[in-house]
Design a protein around this ligand. Structure first.
Ligand code: 13P
Length: 352
């Protein structure tokens, strides 16, 4: 008798954080100038995530690119008329850009920058699981490979996952969800939808610790707690705001509090400081007493994006994202479904 397909995610090997040599102000200025020239020569635009190095975020803004969450990165790339999109982030972000824009060249600073969620959801095992539940609608987080997306009915990002699953529930649909069990469980709790959750977790958010967070909250009783929904339930339960990177940034700007405890990748602090310079940002703890952390609130794959790796990739042109055409035409369907849904929602809410 064959073993039934399970929801178990395979173990993921987390690399050490890359150690980039420190740059003097002069070296940084020279490197930045070289990158700007290469971008112009190659008619390229930077599309950067909030978790990347602040130098890259600043450069993306300065050169007419974008700094955004994963949904907005996808939209920006699709709307841009640049010939080359240089995606500073992790692999699934580059792949999404390529799937949506097969006619454009998509480069990344380092193609090895994967994501623990993507790694923890191999396409064959996931597909077998979906096959075993044909009466379920398949919803996958954007943090997945092109092959997993190609098996899905819907792709979602953290900023749009809730309304999409609400919509599916209203239609009486049951959901297979992958890969992040914490985000999946949060959505299940908020919507009451019938969901089967893949057993994956992201290395950054998985490490936020609830007891240590309680202690930090006692030390800062006036602080608002902002949590990305990839975090475990016990951390989410302590949040004043649960949301995508963009939603958390907006909370810092709009809430009256002066102090914020933030449970997501520390790369986001650059944008928060930029938009609300007088507010105090406190990193949520990633380790309790005696505990250790692997990612320590910064994704080691995101950290592969640096001025150095970007300059090298533009110069060598050897970090190009390729997606087989037959795969791309399947994977684009659930991504477009998400973008169409977001567009249809926008006039009603006025924003995401
Ligand atoms: P956002 O869509 O909220 O930016 O999250 C991206 C991400 O990769 C979190 O792990």
């Amino acid at each position: 008798m064959s073993t039934p397909p399970t929801l178990a995610a395979p173990p993921v090997q987390v690399p050490p954080h890359p150690q980039w040599p420190a740059l003097t102000a002069d070296e940084k200025a020279q490197l930045t100038t070289r990158i700007k020239t290469l971008l112009t020569e190659q008619q390229a635009v930077l599309v950067a995530h909030y978790y990347t190095d602040p130098d890259l975020q600043a450069l993306a803004e300065e050169t007419g690119g974008c700094v955004a969450d994963s949904l907005e990165m996808a939209r920006f790339g699709a709307a841009s008329d640049a010939r080359t999109l240089v995606v500073c982030g992790v692999r699934f972000m580059g792949e999404t850009a390529k799937i949506l824009n097969p006619e454009k060249r998509v480069l990344m600073p380092d193609l090895r920058a994967t994501c623990s969620l993507d790694e923890g959801c191999p396409a064959e095992a996931f597909s077998a699981f979906c096959d075993a539940h044909p009466d379920h609608t398949v919803v996958v987080y954007a943090n997945t490979s092109a092959r997993v997306k190609a098996r899905a009915d819907w792709v979602v990002t953290s900023s749009i996952a809730l309304p999409i699953v609400k919509h599916l529930k209203a239609q009486g649909q049951k959901v297979v969800w992958a890969p992040d069990k914490h985000l999946g469980h949060y959505i299940e709790r908020m919507t009451g939808a019938d969901m089967l959750l893949w057993d994956g977790a992201g290395v950054v958010h998985e490490e936020f610790k609830s007891f240590a967070l309680e202690r930090v909250r006692r030390l800062h009783p006036q602080a608002a707690v902002l949590v990305h929904p990839e975090s475990p339930d016990a951390v989410v339960d302590q949040a004043d705001v649960v949301g995508s990177t963009t939603q958390l940034i907006r909370a810092v700007v709009e809430m009256p509090n002066q102090e914020f405890i933030i449970a997501t990748d520390e790369g986001i602090f650059w944008k928060m400081h930029q938009l609300a310079p007088h507010k105090t940002l406190i990193a949520a703890p990633t380790a309790g007493e005696g505990a250790t952390c692997e990612s320590c609130a910064h994704c080691p794959w995101m950290a592969m994006n640096s001025l150095q790796s970007l300059e090298q990739a533009l110069r060598r042109q050897d970090q190009e994202v390729h997606i087989e055409q037959s795969l791309g035409v399947r994977a684009v369907i659930p991504i477009r479904r998400m973008l169409d849904f977001a567009r249809a929602q926008a006039p009603a809410s006025g924003r995401r």
